[in-house]
Design a protein around this ligand. Structure first.
Ligand SMILES: [Zn+2]
Length: 272
């Protein structure tokens, strides 16, 4: 079994503030170490559960957060951007199952540091009328290739939101969200133990976990944070503006839909 563990930072135990997610300060340096430890915990559980090969994907910000010299030496590390499959870099090499570590709830929802791909540009995203956050979008991208999400970790709001989208997935709750920037968190040590156990147990369910499959063609609706973002994004000729802050486009696959979103996110940098 070949497992991809894709790792974000906002759902990691002990992380609640934007400073902890942005390079350039000591809080971030500690948070990236906690993120590395949670990725390693999932890798240990995957190996204990019978994984032959583990890829650990870095999927936050510039995709250069995990500390390579502290990673489980049995795993390989997927690092850097841009890359075709965004947060799921490495999936293109062929994987049997996916684990989402350190994930968070979607933009404008409750939960610690909730956002979807780009916190300053994207307000809400629907695929075929279903509102999705990062776990749903990338769960569907993996599902299109027949790959199920077997484990997801993050705060309790993320678990509640995502359970309805990924009903067969095992969730590990690392903290209880008490606000956007506050939580009652497990200690990093306890969170890692829970993730390792969850990953080991999730491995036994790989065969019975259904991939998330959306109907194609996929209609994506995006609500932006400001009208200026929709002004900018609709320079792209095939995107259709619905109102001041909403646009739509059609895709023949989830991969196409997600890649367009990631291109729009990159374009949005010019409005900062
Ligand atoms: Zn992130």
């Amino acid at each position: 079994m070949r497992i991809l563990i894709t790792t974000d930072i906002e759902g990691v135990a002990g992380v609640v503030h934007p400073e902890q997610t942005r390079p350039g300060n000591p809080d971030y340096e500690r948070a990236r170490r906690l993120m590395t430890q949670e990725a390693n915990a999932a890798a240990r559980g995957a190996f204990e559960g019978g994984a032959r090969e583990v890829l650990i994907g870095d999927a936050h910000g510039a995709y250069r957060n995990l500390l390579p010299d502290e990673l489980d030496p049995r795993a390989r590390y997927v690092i850097g951007k841009p890359r075709m499959l965004g947060m799921l870099g490495g999936l293109e090499t062929g994987c049997d199952a996916l684990m989402l570590v350190g994930f968070h709830s979607r933009s404008l929802a409750t939960g610690v540091l909730a956002h979807t791909i780009n916190s300053s540009a994207f307000a809400r995203i629907w695929l075929n009328g279903q509102e999705l956050g990062e776990a749903g979008l990338y769960g569907a991208l993996a599902g299109e290739r027949g790959v199920p999400v077997i484990l997801a970790s993050g705060d309790d709001a993320f678990a509640v939101e995502t359970r309805s989208i990924l009903p067969d997935c095992r969730f590990v709750v690392t903290k209880q969200a008490t606000g956007r920037h506050s939580a009652i968190s497990l200690s990093p040590h306890a969170a890692c133990e829970a993730i390792q156990t969850g990953a080991r147990e999730a491995m036994t369910a790989t065969g019975s976990t259904r991939p998330l499959r959306l109907k194609t063609p996929v209609q994506t609706r995006l609500q932006t944070m400001t009208p200026a973002h929709t002004d900018l994004f609709c320079q792209w000729p095939t995107l259709q503006r619905l109102d001041a802050v909403t646009l739509e486009y059609a895709s023949d696959s989830v991969e196409h839909a997600v890649r367009v979103l990631n291109c729009l996110s990159a374009m949005a940098a010019m409005l900062r």
